[in-house]
Design a protein around this ligand. Structure first.
Ligand code: FAD
Length: 477
């Protein structure tokens, strides 16, 4: 109980009247996993975690927090990459117990779910109704829909289906004063003034608690064709994408860049990953075509398109998976890069986006820039280039001192982000800002944008209790 002495007694008593004792967590061991993130950016602290089970409880908690001006940090699966869900002494509002499916409407192609639902559960539910929910990210077994919406998550299907923002029809949000906004509409068309739902999407929990969402579903995918192809050179990635789009149309669902060093990481450290081609090339891509007919058209189309690409000299070699096992082995290459890259002596990460046609120039210029900071640095540029998103991570030279490498972090960040900015790009493509990229917000966002954001923040959360110090500095505007 001592750990709660910083809170007024009456506040604690009123909280306990709102939620079940099981959902009022003070046990340090139970809170511990919520204080660190998987990237190792954060070392948080909190003495109280609340795990509400319904919207009314969230509303009661926020009303109390607002009255007492006590800040909270919303948390879903805690898989975020920018320390946005990590508390710095605040109360944690963990949403994972709010995980019911409220309604599925196959005819409307919609599903309405609580915000704490795990993403993978939505995938499974959609398939049971012969439908498809397309958001696909490496953390899908742990991350929640509320976290996906709050970070506007991306992933490997954005080029066909869009970001999380594009997959949400309606939201239910508890505002910082406890008021419940029921915007759970199932409409494709609704031009009734300001699109309020968009303010809460990508807001990283700084404006309110998303308690439920109505999501778009799509026809079930019954056929997939996966290929691993080696590019003639980096510039060819744009030509190949153009060809795949022209020939594949709507079938093209993923297009991911894999550099040779990434393949090396995957083969060296990953499990059950088979060398995809007999020879290694510097730049490669994973391509996926998908369809709803199960008539072999996706595979045939991909095969014909890759033959054309070889004839045109855009690619040098390619393999199309002949079995699910082979397809999984190809996708494991992509996943293994995320997991095992730190084994190369650490990494400095960048989640940037540039216009697709600038991807090759961006990578080349960024490579030159980081090599000016540390000559033998090892860039690992990979990821969702089908939508212009590059995970431009760098590892230290062999035998390089870990501490000296970390000391260069800011210099390397600036070198990379300056180049993305030069191409009209973004320093935070799909992971958000959190606490990690607040400096970049001030450096690269215009004063007009920052001021508008501050105006929105202060008008919705005048007591600034929502996720303080994330995205924007927490101060009186
Ligand atoms: C292996 C791996 C692969 C990944 N791949 C991708 C990828 O391809 N694309 C991608 O975009 N991301 C990726 N991520 C990052 C991460 O999974 C996403 O950012 C995800 O959307 C976070 O969801 P979460 O439930 O874990 O949210 P959390 O990490 O718990 O929270 C993220 C942010 O949302 C806020 N928040 C959470 N729930 C709510 C709510 N109900 N209401 C209001 N605010 C809330 C938090 O305060 C925080 O600011 C990956 C992460 C891992 C570990």
């Amino acid at each position: 109980m001592n750990s709660l002495k910083k809170f007024p007694d009456k506040f604690i008593a009123d909280l306990k009247a709102i939620i079940n004792p099981r959902d009022f967590v003070t046990d340090e061991e139970k809170i511990k996993p919520s204080l660190t993130d998987w990237v190792g950016y954060a070392d948080g602290k909190s003495s109280l975690m609340l795990t509400p089970r319904n919207t009314e409880e969230v509303s009661g908690i926020l009303k109390l927090c607002s009255n007492y001006k006590i800040p909270i940090v919303p948390q879903g699966g805690n898989t975020g990459s920018v320390a946005g869900a990590i508390p710095n002494g605040e109360i944690i509002l963990n949403m994972t117990k709010m995980n019911s499916i409220r309604e599925i409407n196959p005819n409307d192609y919609t599903v309405t779910v609580d915000a704490g639902c795990i993403l993978e559960k939505i995938h499974e539910l959609a398939i049971e109704s012969n439908r498809f929910f397309p958001l696909s990210i490496g953390s899908q077994g742990t991350c929640t829909i509320g976290g996906n919406i709050s970070t506007n998550a991306g992933g490997i299907s954005v080029l066909k289906y869009g970001n999380m923002r594009d997959l949400v029809l309606g939201l239910e949000v508890v505002l910082p004063n406890g008021e419940i906004w029921n915007g759970l509409r199932r409409l494709r068309k609704d031009n009734t003034g300001y699109a309020l739902k968009h303010i809460f999407m990508g807001a990283e929990g700084t404006l309110g608690i998303i308690t439920a969402a109505c999501l778009r579903l799509f026809p079930e995918i019954t056929e997939k064709a996966t290929a691993f192809a080696s590019l003639r050179n980096l510039d060819s990635c744009v030509d190949l994408l153009e060809l795949l789009r022209t020939e594949g149309g709507d079938s093209l669902s993923s297009y991911e860049l894999i550099p040779d060093i990434g393949l090396d990481i995957a083969i060296t450290y990953g499990e059950e990953i088979i060398e995809p081609l007999s020879k290694r090339y510097q730049w490669n891509v994973i391509i996926e075509f998908s369809g709803t007919k199960n008539d072999g058209a996706a595979k045939l189309n991909l095969e014909n398109t890759l033959n054309t690409a070889i004839e045109n000299g855009i690619i040098l070699d390619a393999i199309i998976a002949n079995s699910l096992k082979q397809a999984n082995s190809i996708w494991k290459i992509r996943k293994a890069i995320v997991e095992y890259q730190p084994r190369l002596g650490g990494e400095i990460k960048h989640d940037v986006a540039v216009p697709i046609s600038n991807v090759p120039e961006f990578i080349k210029e960024a490579n030159d820039a980081v090599r000016r900071v540390i000559p033998d640095i090892r860039p690992v540029a990979y990821g969702h280039i089908g939508d212009g998103n590059i995970h431009y991570n760098v590892c230290p030279p062999l035998e390089y001192d870990h501490v000296s490498f970390k000391e260069k972090t800011e210099e390397i960040h600036k070198a990379v982000y300056d180049i993305a900015f030069k191409f009209g790009g973004s320093f935070a493509a799909e992971h958000g800002v959190g606490v990690v990229k607040k400096n970049e917000m001030l450096r690269y966002k215009s004063e007009t944008e920052i001021n508008l954001m501050k105006l929105i923040k202060i008008s919705i959360d005048p007591n600034q209790i929502m996720n303080p110090g994330k995205v924007l500095e927490n101060k009186k505007y």
